[in-house]
Each structure stands twice: as structure tokens, then as C-alpha cells.
Write a protein that binds this ligand. Structure first.
Ligand code: PGA
Length: 256
């Protein structure tokens, strides 16, 4: 049995005051419903400058904290980057790796994403490895091939055993921030294909890896998405900034 995970990707949003209210709402909401929420892991990924603030807030809850990106390098002349060693000072358990915005806006390649996964795993931080096709790729029938190649790059660099320690997030680029969610069937098809690629290398690892869906997940569509056999929760952008919506998505995952 795979435990569901709901991860909030706040992206470049929030300030001290809004983050205080958001975290108070989440901690209270989850703590007042501990029994039902026991079957879901909840993760928030704030902008890194707010890590300490968020770490302080989660100390009375089971919420985990992650960041949205990390350098593949240990230290040195990499202006603007954050290292895994720095994250260790903040009880940071997860890092989002290879989000489509990092790939498209900041030029991250499959190979670099794989190196970031490797570095995170070596540091004991759980990568949330994002994969997904663009609309053009889907329309030309390449969705599965693109996603499989993205998975393959990490398999080659890190090996199949690494997938027992990471989380995969399938996020079709055309569904991110657009309000246009993949249908549960479209998402399930790709999730099933990812699991099949991993199963060809190791059936046990494949059966245990959590594969999240991301792309316009909201309080209304979450339950149906999470009811699919190979969808183990969600990576949530916009709706993770609203207490009630995010809690509703967590409840949907807990009930799935
Ligand atoms: P969205 O973002 O939920 O706002 O579509 C998801 C993501 O980018 O992780």
C-alpha cells in the first residue's frame, strides 16, 4: 500500500504575513482532523527564504517541509544557488526537482535534473521528480515517449533502487496553472506507463513508488484524480495557497 502524499508548491508567492496565516490555517486544520488525515502525508514547499518561518510553524504538526529547487553542486561559486548542506540546517525533507518551470525558464536538462536527484538522494533529501509533456508534444502523440525519456534519464544516472527513495510527479505542462486539468483517464494512462517503465527494471520498486499528479488540481477535481489506481496524491500549485482548498485536497487524498 502506498501512502498518499499531497505537496504544495507555493512557487514565488507569499510574504511573512500571508505565510503566517496560511501555516496557522493548515496546522489547525490538519491537527483538528488528525485521525482522518493520518493516511496522507502533507508537504509544503515555500520559497527558501521562508524555510525557517515555516519550519517553526510545523513543529506542532506532521507537515513536512521542502524546497522548490536545489543546486547539484556541493558549494562554491554558484551565485544565487542553494546547497543541500544548507537545507540540512532547516529540517528540510524534500526538494522538488525538474519542475517544468525550471526546465523551460531556467534551461534545466534531463541530465541536470538527474544529477540534482542524485545529489539530493546522497544528502538524504527526498526528490520530488517532476516529469511531463508540453501540449505540442501531446498533440503530436509523443506524451508517453517524452515522459519515459525523462524517467529514463534518472534511471540511467541514479539506478532503479533510487526510485524506492524518491517521489515522481507527473505534471503535463499544458495543465500547470491553466485551469485545464488532465482528465483522470489521461493522467492514469501516463501514471501507468511510468509504473510500467519502472516495473521493467524492478517490479517491487515500481509498486512502491509514489506517483503524484500535478496540473490545476483543485478541491473539486482532486477526489476523482486520486481515485485512479496509479495516482498517489498531488503536487498542487495555485490551490496550495488557499487554506480551505489545500485542506480539501488533503482530505480527498486521505479518503482515496
Ligand atoms: P498548479 O501548479 O496547481 O497551479 O497548476 C502545479 C505545479 O506547478 O506544481
Amino acid at each position: 500500500m502506498r501512502k498518499s502524499l499531497v505537496a504544495g508548491n507555493w512557487k514565488m508567492n507569499g510574504n511573512k504575513s500571508s505565510i503566517n496565516s496560511l501555516m496557522d490555517g493548515l496546522v489547525n486544520g490538519l491537527n483538528s482532523n488528525v485521525e482522518a488525515m493520518g493516511s496522507v502525508d502533507v508537504l509544503v514547499c515555500p520559497p527558501a527564504v521562508y524555510l525557517q518561518q515555516v519550519a517553526d510553524k510545523v513543529s506542532t504538526s506532521s507537515i513536512k517541509v521542502g524546497v522548490q529547487n536545489v543546486s547539484e553542486y556541493e558549494s562554491g561559486a554558484y551565485t544565487g544557488e542553494l546547497s543541500l548542506a544548507m537545507l540540512a540546517d532547516f529540517n528540510c525533507d524534500y526538494v522538488i526537482v525538474g519542475h517544468s518551470e525550471r526546465r523551460s525558464l531556467f534551461g534545466e536538462t534531463d541530465a541536470q535534473v538527474a544529477e540534482k536527484c542524485q545529489a539530493a538522494l546522497e544528502a538524504g533529501v527526498i526528490p520530488v521528480l517532476c516529469v511531463g509533456e508540453t501540449l505540442e508534444q501531446r498533440d503530436s502523440g509523443q506524451a508517453l515517449a517524452v515522459v519515459e525519456a525523462q524517467i529514463d534519464a534518472v534511471l540511467k544516472c541514479c539506478g532503479i533502487a533510487s526510485f524506492s527513495k524518491l517521489v515522481v510527479a507527473y505534471e503535463p505542462v499544458w495543465a500547470i496553472g491553466t485551469g485545464r486539468t488532465a482528465t483522470p483517464e489521461q493522467a492514469q494512462e501516463v501514471h501507468g506507463a511510468i509504473r510500467a517503465v519502472l516495473a521493467a527494471a524492478d517490479a517491487e520498486v515500481s509498486a512502491s513508488v509514489r506517483i503524484l499528479y500535478g496540473g490545476s488540481v483543485n478541491a473539486v477535481n482532486a477526489a476523482e484524480l486520486f481515485s485512479q489506481p496509479d495516482i498517489d496524491g498531488g503536487l498542487v500549485g495555485g490551490a496550495s495557497l488557499k487554506v480551505d482548498d489545500f485542506l480539501a485536497i488533503c482530505s480527498a487524498a486521505a479518503a482515496a
